[in-house]
Design a protein around this ligand. Structure first.
Ligand SMILES: NC(=O)c1ccc[n+]([C@@H]2O[C@H](COP(=O)([O-])OP(=O)(O)OC[C@H]3O[C@@H](n4cnc5c(N)ncnc54)[C@H](OP(=O)(O)O)[C@@H]3O)[C@@H](O)[C@H]2O)c1
Length: 242
């Protein structure tokens, strides 16, 4: 029995450690978006499978008996496709999706359906901090006319896709005090984030609350109809019961 762990989240790292400790045969898969990702405690393959057919072939060739999908909450293409294929071929599938952040007293959040909706809400000339990563950057091109600062882990491999944008390189963790200092130094007027959930990256929201900076929160994609847990410990219980 070999479990395929679709990785890319903090939970995936914990699950990999747990699978190794439990001696459950497993292989992890990373999309390859981060150039020097943190190593996982189980054998790891890197890169896309080559579409749905490539994924089906991989499952058969690698002798996969179950899939734990612990990709990022916004990685909806891989999640939807994997849930569908596993259902089609009768492979046990578990979606690990951490709980979203919930606004609390002092937060000034506006939920938007997609990246493109940000431009209508942010006045031209504003300084905007993008905590969304670079993958969907071009979808913010309506913000041209603002100063847009996009934080990402790796140095950029291409120019910023629209005028007024700049990259800021930073690898987490980002403690609240440092976030506050950074936002104050940059003169941030707006912050745009995805509702990733979890404590590690909530520091930007705490900093925004304490500084009174408004936040645009991009809504989560819909989740497939599938077995779901919201933490690594429950995923390991599921894996042990296979
Ligand atoms: N830390 C973060 O903030 C973070 C991290 C990851 C993603 N995200 C967000 O999630 C969204 C999409 O991310 P995404 O491109 O990873 O997912 P995606 O759009 O769902 O997947 C796109 C393709 O990437 C490949 N892929 C994704 N995850 C994989 C994995 N674990 N192993 C092997 N291949 C994988 C697959 O390629 P094939 O079709 O070739 O198999 C898949 O079709 C973006 O909005 C991004 O900003 C954020």
């Amino acid at each position: 029995m070999t479990i395929l762990l679709l990785a890319g989240s903090g939970e995936a790292k914990e699950i990999a450690t747990g699978l190794a400790a439990l001696n459950l045969p497993a292989i992890a898969s990373l999309a390859g978006a981060t150039r020097a990702p943190k190593q996982l405690d189980i054998p790891t393959r890197v890169g896309g499978f080559g579409g749905a057919d490539g994924f089906r072939d991989y499952l058969a060739e690698a002798g996969i008996h179950a899939v734990i999908d612990a990709t990022h909450p916004y990685a909806s293409r891989i999640t939807d496709r994997t849930a569908t294929i596993c259902a089609e071929i009768g492979l046990p599938y578990l979606h690990v999706l951490r709980a979203p952040w919930i606004a609390q007293a002092g937060d000034n959040w506006t939920e938007i359906a997609c990246e493109e909706d940000a431009a209508a809400l942010i006045p031209k000339g504003s300084t905007v901090f993008l905590g969304t990563g670079r993958q969907t950057l071009d979808r913010f091109s309506g913000l041209a006319g603002c100063r847009v600062i996009c934080r990402q882990i790796d140095p950029p491999s291409a120019a910023f896709p629209f005028e007024g944008g700049e990259f800021l390189i930073g690898r987490p963790p980002f403690p609240v005090a440092r976030e506050k200092l950074l936002y104050a130094q940059l003169g941030i007027d707006w912050i745009i984030v995805k509702n990733a959930g979890g404590d590690a990256s909530a520091t930007k929201l705490t900093a925004a609350r304490e500084l009174g900076i408004p936040v645009l929160m991009i809504a989560r994609p819909a989740s497939p109809k599938a077995m779901r847990v919201d933490n690594a410990a429950d995923a390991l219980i599921w894996a042990q019961a296979l």
